[in-house]
Design a protein. Structure first.
Length: 494
């Protein structure tokens, strides 16, 4: 069977499995089948990426040729993102077993079914070559995500879920309006066909409005400042496993959709030369870098601290896109991948702390490093990656972003990147200082180290942060190919 014939199964595997696990009682089998589906999706994505690096792959559904029929159309950009999404799901599920048994003790079949729907939706968004299908899969993923967040044990999870539902619905509506305007002007929904037809009607206010609606809609899903207000509470009060999965995948897929429309459908020259999108994205990226880092510096709740840190890291990605160059896009895709590794490792460590002591407030982890040394060391090492210390994955993506800014002649951006990285030193150090250099509160019970079922996946993610900080052949190679695809050297263009 050719690899192109396997591509639909990366979405079908979790989609079909969701219906199966929803009917299963107990705890083990829903988790096991969910893990199996995620592994299948990851294997298919891993097989697809090398083929997509060589040429664009197309799978027309029902043998209806595009643009009449719907197709999955995969190049280096979305193949790389699909591997990231499926891989993060497969790597985080072993950690989930022990945590979910405590946080969601009942009806785990329904919980894992929702997770699989979210995974299938994210993969569908990534692989499809049809603009309307992007919206359909986005709604599948979003509705499942709202319900997953609401499973948090804190009652504030319900409010966080409701706020995300409202803001997410607004974002999806903006995306749908933008797609509808494009269809009105071109009569097609196929992205490759849109790229061919749009130049004839490009210099119209309708097309300008379509771009604005799509950028704002996906900016909200991306948690791009100032559209990020849903993210801190959603991350803070969702079950720990849900936070891990969202931090590793959801915002990355939203960024992919944004850049796919900007570069493939509208065209980079039009978006950044005719329209002032570069200035807008650069301003929002820099603002996000500083605002997210600044607020994170003063958070006492560790999940909220990491959530605001994510707003800052999204700023780095948006800044890379705004440079409108192969180097800038390469840096954006690199940081998309590396930030997923970083945040999954950090949230795993934080979730492990919560599993043991039931709290992740800064004052409650004082002196905990001597009682949970493996957990807190994992947090510290992953923290080095988000700071950007050499030999870590975070250093690689920030280095490439600095090179892209210098290549564009924006030396002032280099200074800002370094300054915001130093701000990350402060909020990571606050945790290390509390855990290792302060005494446990008087009367606190002794705390045992976390179980191996939580530590092993956490340390695997920490190890990957250092591995991809040393061996960059996959990440840099795939990110460079993704940037070239989006800039028109290959890609979805026919």
């Amino acid at each position: 069977m050719a690899i192109v014939d396997l591509m639909p199964f990366s979405v079908l595997a979790p989609l079909i499995a969701s219906g199966v696990v929803a009917l299963l009682p107990g705890r083990f089998w829903p988790w096991a089948i969910t893990l199996l589906a995620a592994i299948v999706a990851t294997v298919i994505a891993a097989l697809t990426l090398p083929a997509a690096l060589e040429s664009t792959l197309s799978y027309p559904f029902g043998n209806w040729p595009p643009p009449i029929g719907i197709e999955y159309r995969v190049d280096a950009a979305n193949a790389f993102v699909a591997l990231l999404v499926a891989g993060m799901a497969a790597l985080s599920l072993p950690w989930a077993k022990v945590s979910i048994d405590r946080e969601v003790p009942e009806r785990q079949g329904a919980f894992y079914a929702l997770f699989l729907l979210a995974l299938a939706g994210l993969l569908g968004i990534t692989l499809t070559g049809d603009a309307f299908n992007v919206f359909v899969f986005l709604e599948i993923s979003s509705l499942a995500t709202y319900a997953l967040i609401a499973h948090g044990r804190d009652r504030r999870a319900l409010l966080a879920s409701f706020r995300y539902l409202i803001m997410g619905t607004i974002g999806a509506t903006f995306l749908l309006i933008g797609i509808a305007l494009l269809y009105m002007m071109t009569g097609t929904l196929n992205m490759a066909d849109l790229a061919v037809r749009l130049p004839e009607v490009q210099h119209t206010r309708t097309v300008d409005a379509a771009l604005a609606f799509i950028v704002v809609g996906m900016g909200l899903k991306l948690a791009m400042l100032p559209l990020h207000l849903w993210l801190p509470n959603a991350y803070a009060y969702a079950p720990n496993f849900v936070t891990i999965f969202l931090a590793g995948t959801a915002t990355k897929v939203a960024l992919y959709v944004m850049v796919r429309f900007i570069f493939t459908v509208f065209g980079g020259e039009y978006s950044f030369t005719v329209l002032p999108l570069a200035i807008v994205l650069m301003a929002l990226g820099v603002a996000g870098m500083f605002a997210g880092s600044w607020v994170a510096m003063f958070q006492d709740h560790l999940k909220r601290m990491l959530a605001y840190s994510s707003v800052a890291q999204v700023g780095y990605m948006v800044l890379g896109v705004s440079l409108f160059s192969a180097a800038g896009l390469t840096a954006a895709f690199l940081h998309m991948f590396n930030h997923a590794l970083i945040k999954v490792a950090l949230f795993m460590a934080v979730g492990t702390i919560m599993y043991r002591i039931g709290s992740i407030k800064l004052q409650d982890i004082r002196g905990l490093g001597r009682q949970m040394p493996w957990t807190l060391t994992a947090f510290a090492l992953a923290g080095l990656s988000i700071i950007g210390v050499p030999t870590t994955a975070g250093f690689i993506s920030k280095w490439y972003l600095i090179l892209a800014a210098a290549e564009a002649g924006h030396w002032w951006l280099v200074g800002l990147i370094v300054i915001t990285s130093m701000m990350a030193v402060y909020y990571i150090w606050r945790v290390i200082e509390a855990a290792w250099m302060q005494e446990r509160p008087a009367g606190s019970p002794a705390v045992r180290e976390a179980p191996l079922a939580l530590l092993a996946p956490t340390w695997l993610m920490v190890a990957l942060n250092f591995y991809f900080g040393i061996d960059t052949r996959l990440t840099v190679g795939a990110s460079t190919a993704a940037a070239e695809a989006l800039l028109g050297v290959g890609g979805l263009m026919p």
